[in-house]
Design a binder for this molecule. Sequence first.
Ligand SMILES: C[S@@+](CC[C@H](N)C(=O)[O-])C[C@H]1O[C@@H](n2cnc3c(N)ncnc32)[C@H](O)[C@@H]1O
Length: 205
Amino acid sequence: MYSRFAPAAEKLGVSEHRAELLRGVNGKVLEVGAGSGLNFAYYPPTVSEVVAIEPEPHLRARAAQAAVRAPVKVTVMDGMDSELPFNDAAFDVVVASLMLCSVPDQRASLAEMHRVLRAGGELRFYEHVVAQQPGIVIIQKVADIFWPHVGAGCHTSRDTLGAIEDAGFSVSSVRRFQFQPCLMCIPASPHIIGMATKDPPELLH
Ligand SMILES: C[S@@+](CC[C@H](N)C(=O)[O-])C[C@H]1O[C@@H](n2cnc3c(N)ncnc32)[C@H](O)[C@@H]1O
């Protein structure tokens, strides 16, 4: 379903969000839950290599095709967020785009992203999140009774920005905006896009 419906959302604005997400990224990048590889076209030449993890076979095959057309070197691998097959501090940048809504355990996912990122490295994030208006949060919590069952585990009421901070990242920039690419997408319309850094050990407390 995702690979079928994503192209329409790209035309409505997601492609611009991807360009914003990846502007200025450099070094060795890990993208977790890369889907069909829709971010790959937006990696700038300052990126030396992208390693893209995707557990779902159909999406992973699409991502492998997108990797061939990518402007930078992209290696697509099978894998899960909760057990990333990499050493500590192996990456300069970790990218999470529209996936922290779907993972079974956000805390475990972000702990792994934090582990594989070098001190001073960046987490780039683009996610739909819990609303700031209590009335909309109620709608999101009701939606979350059925939404994960029809949306491959996707939840609409997650406080993903709070979870990023709780995982030990310092948020250095965040833009909140509403984006609703379809009529049914109201509960998933509050979005965040931005970056957070893994503090060097001397700054951790
Ligand atoms: C809505 S899609 C987004 C795909 C892609 N990141 C993008 O921006 O187009 C959610 C992705 O998260 C992946 N995902 C879900 N649970 C995951 C997990 N536990 N570990 C890694 N990826 C996961 C799905 O397979 C899917 O590719």
